[in-house]
Design a protein around this ligand. Structure first.
Ligand SMILES: Nc1ncnc2c1ncn2[C@@H]1O[C@H](COP(=O)(O)OP(=O)(O)OP(=O)(O)O)[C@@H](O)[C@H]1O
Length: 273
């Protein structure tokens, strides 16, 4: 479990990126922080692994303040996946994945074997292991980024707009892979995005943020769609535009619920009555 207690971050230039933020992030679930650009999502994420330290307040992991942890060790024990994959351009795929384990003392050969297994986990062919990041597609680079984030077998995985830079089809593939990985690996995932559809697809808990990381609403995707807490949330999730309005559609396989764009959102379970 990760807990933010009244956390504020004021940068030296006076910008208050996060203003008195409190949140409990349950273990082994995916929590998505979603909000428009500049709402403080990245700053929140980076305070978990101490890439950024709060000005005031506390962040606890399993009831222990991160402030009492060595920042380097803490950072290596938490997986972090960045938007551009965060790969080191001068290292091959396999060495990119093996870097953190080697730094923490795993023998190089063992770390490389584990790295190959991780390529399987994220759905990459092992034949890519010797390539450099520039020789991969954007989607492949993101998968390597995820493998890298998982390399230290962390309990916590932080993902910062990891699929922001890939095309919509690859993005959808990566989202499905993320769902599969989460079921398989059972990590505490904190995922940042500005895409509400991605948030609803991946999040067990979705936190909608306004400027200064003010929480506009927090809940499961269905709790939020069924009862948006404010005009802001309603317009953010698009209910006003009607894009999320569901209607029933009969198909050969039964009745499904589709949204305004024609995407299937669920299957209607019909009772006997
Ligand atoms: N090092 C810094 N110094 C000064 N201000 C900063 C710094 N880093 C971030 N900020 C400011 O803090 C606010 C929140 O930034 P942050 O990157 O956390 O937002 P975000 O929600 O992740 O945005 P985006 O989706 O654009 O990445 C912004 O106004 C940003 O300009």
């Amino acid at each position: 479990m990760i807990e933010f207690r009244s956390v504020t971050k004021r940068f030296p230039d006076g910008t208050v990126a996060v203003d008195d933020f409190s949140l409990v992030i349950p273990a082994r679930k995916t929590t998505v922080l979603v909000g428009s650009s500049g709402s403080g999502k990245t700053t929140l994420l980076r305070m978990i692994n101490r890439m950024v330290d709060p000005t005031s307040g506390e962040i606890l992991i399993d009831d222990e303040s991160v402030h009492d942890r060595d920042p380097v060790k803490l950072r290596r024990s938490i997986g972090y996946v960045m938007q551009n994959g965060g790969l080191l351009p001068h290292l091959t795929v396999i060495d990119n994945v093996a870097t953190v384990p080697v730094l923490t003392g795993v023998p190089r050969q063992r770390a490389r074997e584990q790295a190959l297994e991780l390529l399987d986990t994220v759905g990459l062919d092992r034949s890519l292991a010797k390539r450099y990041p520039s020789q991969l597609s954007g989607g492949q680079q993101q998968r390597v980024g995820v493998a890298r984030g998982l390399a230290a077998d962390p309990n916590i995985l932080l993902m910062d707009e990891p699929f922001g830079a890939v095309d919509p089809i690859v993005r959808a593939e990566l989202q499905q892979e993320t769902i599969r990985l989460q079921q398989e690996l059972d990590k505490t995932v904190v995922f940042v995005t500005h895409d509400i559809d991605e948030a609803f697809l991946l999040g067990d808990q979705v936190v909608i943020l306004e400027k200064g990381a003010q929480i506009a609403q927090i809940g499961s995707p269905s709790e939020i769609t069924e009862a948006p807490a404010s005009e802001f949330v309603a317009s953010f999730i698009g209910t006003e535009r009607g894009t999320r309005a569901l209607h029933a559609k009969r198909t050969g396989a039964g009745t499904v619920l589709v949204d305004a764009a024609g995407r299937t959102q669920g299957v209607l379970v019909e009772g006997d009555a």
